[in-house]
Design a protein around this ligand. Structure first.
Ligand SMILES: [Zn+2]
Length: 379
């Protein structure tokens, strides 16, 4: 590949070295203590005021909280940069290696570029801003924990400490230049029906939990409910022998939508239908819902999209604004009224042993962070 980096720079630029240093710290969701201590020290050395929140006390077995850091600026305004410190399983003993401009593990572990490329880019961006000597706005950094186990860190983060009205979450697969303006929300649905068993020869003496459950599910629709919403009923348990009227059913689904009103409407219909079928059948029906995170959608006219387009234009990077699918910290942080987009930092095949990172994209990601802070002043 054509590269702006020499082979020497590829191995020795400070961002690459820092990425490798972080990747070698054995980490897993809930076990972020060591990496949290390291990044807190790095942020302090960069002149930030650093705090760790109490998320560890709210997440079972967690060992560290979210890290929130502030680099005060001379210019008005504030920008938030966010990445997560945890990684999926198989992230112990990572041995990063670079060949033809691509970084991989040795093939036995993940690389953890999801999301250490984001963490390293933010640290590198801060360093560049400091050394530029240029005036900049207030810069806020959130390094979250427990992202990979359902965004538990950002769920428990009290974002009232954030002054920024907008920000960037560096946590998306793909080449640099990709701007994610949206991601779907997700909920878990549980349908539990308790009927009354009876001998199969005398069905009128029992109340079939199975008939009631099927009635609910056949009334509410599933799979692609509309162009923004998908519901996947994937589990149905009815542990009853064939000579007995079944008295218990448990069914489960994932619901995902790019539109929070549509997801709410489906959930409402699910619960109302369940109540109605309970009345008709005499079964006890529990229709439980856990909303994991809402969808978010940031306008193309928002400052974060416009600022990043300008940054990429200055850097000669082709920008593309896209809609995402899976949730990430931006979904939960946007609940606090912060306008956010996701940014790619050059990794792909994340969560697998084939995970790889385009080294030049990592290098540019650090510049992207610094440019965003310095360009904001000109906007
Ligand atoms: Zn991630």
């Amino acid at each position: 590949m054509d590269s702006i980096l020499s082979a020497y720079e590829m191995e020795n630029s400070s961002i690459v070295k820092e990425f490798i240093e972080l990747a070698k710290i054995d980490t897993f969701s809930r076990q972020e203590r060591a990496i949290v201590d390291v990044v807190k020290m790095k942020l302090e050395n960069l002149g930030c005021t650093v705090t760790e929140d109490d998320a560890a006390s709210k997440i079972p077995d967690a060992t560290a909280g979210n890290v929130f850091a502030v680099l005060e600026g001379e210019l008005p305004g504030s920008i938030l940069f966010c990445a997560h410190l945890d990684r999926v399983q198989n992230g112990f003993g990572i041995k990063p290696q670079i060949k033809d401009g691509i970084m991989t593990s040795d093939g036995t572990t993940i690389l953890a570029a999801d999301d250490l490329s984001g963490v390293a880019a933010i640290l590198d961006g801060l360093r560049r801003i400091r050394y530029s000597g240029k005036k900049h706005p207030r810069i806020e950094i959130l390094f979250s924990v427990c992202e990979e186990i359902g965004l538990r860190g950002s769920y428990n983060f009290d974002a009232s400490v954030v002054q920024s009205k907008f920000g960037f979450v560096l946590d998306s697969p793909g080449r640099i230049g990709r701007i994610l303006r949206s991601a779907m929300g997700k909920a878990q649905l549980f349908l539990e029906v308790t009927g009354e068993s009876a001998h199969a020869a005398y069905p009128e003496r029992g109340k079939s939990a199975l008939r009631a459950a099927v009635k609910v599910l056949s009334s509410i629709g599933d799979c692609r409910v509309d162009e923004e919403t998908v519901i996947n009923w994937s589990y149905f348990d009815c542990p009853s022998p064939c000579n007995t009227i079944p008295d218990h059913v448990l069914a489960k689904a994932f619901a995902m939508s790019g539109n929070n009103e549509k997801l709410d409407a489906y959930i409402r219909n699910f619960q109302e239908t369940a109540a109605q079928v309970a009345e008709e059948t005499g079964c006890k029906i529990d229709a439980r819902v856990i909303v994991d995170y809402p969808a978010f959608h940031t306008s193309d006219e928002s400052i974060c999209v416009r600022l990043m387009q300008k940054v990429f234009e200055n850097m000669g990077v082709k920008a593309s604004v896209e809609d995402g699918a899976g949730g990430f910290d931006a979904n939960l942080l946007s609940r606090w009224g912060i306008e956010l987009v996701g940014l790619s930092t050059g990794y792909s095949l994340n969560h697998t042993v084939k995970e790889n990172l385009v080294v030049e994209d990592l290098y540019k990601s650090g510049k992207m962070v610094a440019n965003a802070a310095l360009t904001y002043a000109e906007l």
